[in-house]
Design a protein around this ligand. Structure first.
Ligand SMILES: NC(=O)c1ccc[n+]([C@@H]2O[C@H](COP(=O)([O-])OP(=O)(O)OC[C@H]3O[C@@H](n4cnc5c(N)ncnc54)[C@H](OP(=O)(O)O)[C@@H]3O)[C@@H](O)[C@H]2O)c1
Length: 382
């Protein structure tokens, strides 16, 4: 299988490849123009079997051919890959990701363990690309050579922050009050028992409200050269699990620093677009926020795939009697909130090039500039 791999693709390994997020990663990597899936790893329950035998596949699309016959490995520090995508259960992700970074692998993580570390970027490229500047300090602090860790946010934080970003830029943010209605796929597999969720709503998701109240502060804050400075927004979150398969819906009230009309708010959301260079990355979309006009949208079943699952769909922008404006947003928890987010965090560091040089063999260029509008590197890493 490896003999057929185009030489100009980067080799990707997925840790936690048998899980709900891991499967999405495997699916998206199966058809990726720049990455070639070469390794899958999971727990001892799965290792030693082929991927097709080990995985309980949940997606409608079939298992990609490139993945079916791969033998699932354990958390083996000699995986044959240039990038490691981690979708590990948080009980093991913390130390495993550190081990891989120490062994020289760039680790692009979905797990919560390192998101709030003071030297680890919590990244949404459209929002806070400059936070990648923390990586050299992370490598120095931790004695990593070519390896490092980059994380994407919690699945409900991802959609929220994407929608808040243009409002923060245009008007400033003072207070956010958010109530979520989160899909069951957000709990992994087997997740919430059917007896608990069928025809029901569960008004508690362990640790979720804390993550939603903390992560946006880092994402919308700044890297000042030596530390992350929080955005200092007042934020209160209520998180609920609802019987929906995919897609987290969020009802948000927003207090702005600057007075704005509803039309100005809608305009700011509609006009939010990324630079052409960032938009040209395989997993990116030019407009990561889609504004819907129908009064009964967004809906998970109808709108979860907006922008190939990478956009947040927003509707019901209206006045809020308590704060300034309120709206409803929806984002795909497994794509924008997990697998797609991880791919997008890796792509600017793995541009296509004719002579691939493994980031593990040379210090990864980190192409931080690639995240900044208009500066995607054109050539091979040095
Ligand atoms: N679901 C979401 O919407 C979402 C969104 C954002 C982030 N996340 C985060 O992404 C991670 C994965 O979530 P998920 O929903 O995909 O969970 P999941 O379905 O429970 O999958 C967990 C994965 O971790 C592996 N694993 C468990 N224990 C292990 C061990 N001791 N050694 C090696 N591998 C082990 C499992 O392998 P086996 O199959 O062999 O047990 C499986 O591949 C979590 O940290 C989660 O918080 C999830």
């Amino acid at each position: 299988m490896h003999a057929k791999r185009p030489e100009n693709k980067w080799r990707a390994g997925v840790l936690g490849a048998t899980g709900v997020v891991g499967q999405r990663l495997v699916q998206m990597l199966g058809n990726h123009p720049w990455f070639d899936l070469t390794e899958v790893a999971a727990s001892e329950r799965s290792s030693g079997r082929t991927y097709a035998e080990a995985v309980r596949w949940h997606l409608d699309a079939p298992i990609p051919d490139a993945a079916r016959g791969l033998v699932v490995k354990g958390l083996d520090l000699s995986l044959d890959c240039d990038f490691v995508f981690s979708a590990l259960d948080s009980s093991v992700a913390g130390s495993a990701e550190e081990d891989f970074a120490r062994a020289g692998y760039p680790v692009v993580s979905n797990s919560r363990n390192h998101r709030m570390d003071p030297d680890v970027p919590l990244l949404i490229p459209e929002v806070n690309a400059a936070h990648l500047d923390a990586i050299p300090l992370q490598q120095k602090n931790r004695g990593y050579d070519t390896g490092f860790i980059v994380t994407n946010p919690n699945c409900s934080t991802a959609g929220l922050v994407l929608v808040l970003k243009p409002l923060a830029d245009a008007f400033g943010l003072e207070k956010i009050f958010v109530v979520t209605l989160q899909a069951i796929s957000g709990a992994g597999y087997p997740g919430v028992p059917a007896m608990d969720i069928q025809g029901n709503v569960v008004p508690f998701i362990s640790g979720e409200e804390e993550k939603m109240e903390l992560e946006p502060q880092k994402l919308l804050g700044k890297w000042d050269g030596s530390r992350f400075v929080d955005a200092g927004i007042g934020l209160s979150a209520h998180c609920n699990r609802v019987p929906v398969i995919d897609g987290h819906l969020e009802c948000v009230s927003i207090g702005l620093k600057k007075i704005a009309s509803l039309d100005e708010v809608r305009e700011a959301l509609r006009n939010f677009e990324v630079d052409a260079e960032l938009a040209s990355l395989p997993t990116a979309v030019r407009r990561p926020v889609v504004v819907l006009d129908d009064e009964n949208r967004p809906q998970p079943r109808r709108d979860v795939d907006a922008g190939n699952g990478m956009a947040a769909a927003v509707g019901r922008v209206r006045e809020c009697p308590l704060l300034d404006v309120k709206l409803t947003l929806l984002s795909h928890n497994l794509v924008r909130g997990a697998a797609g987010a991880a791919l997008l965090n890796a792509e600017p560091q793995a541009p296509p090039h004719p002579e691939r040089v493994s980031p593990r063999r040379t210090r990864l260029p980190l192409n931080r500039a690639a995240f900044k509008p208009g500066v995607l590197p054109a050539g091979p890493p040095p």
